[in-house]
Design a protein around this ligand. Structure first.
Ligand SMILES: [Zn+2]
Length: 66
């Protein structure tokens, strides 16, 4: 299988997607860490708001007490 080229979600650089790239889908460790950092920051900035993401967060709560 020939290498598949994807774009780094962080900087947009073209990288080859293969198992040897442990930072995929990012081009480098740097982009990966930036993205993880942004993620953590988002989570801190948005504590809990029961607005419109109920479809994502029903895995760690029981829906109803029987
Ligand atoms: Zn990148």
């Amino acid at each position: 299988m020939a290498g598949r080229v994807v774009s780094c979600p962080q900087c947009g650089a073209s990288i080859e997607w293969n198992p040897a790239n442990r930072f995929r889908p990012f081009c480098s460790e740097r982009c990966k860490m930036i993205d993880l950092g942004a993620w953590a920051t988002e989570r801190y900035r948005v504590p809990v708001a029961e607005s419109d993401d109920s479809s994502l967060s029903d895995a760690d709560e029981s829906p109803r007490p029987n």
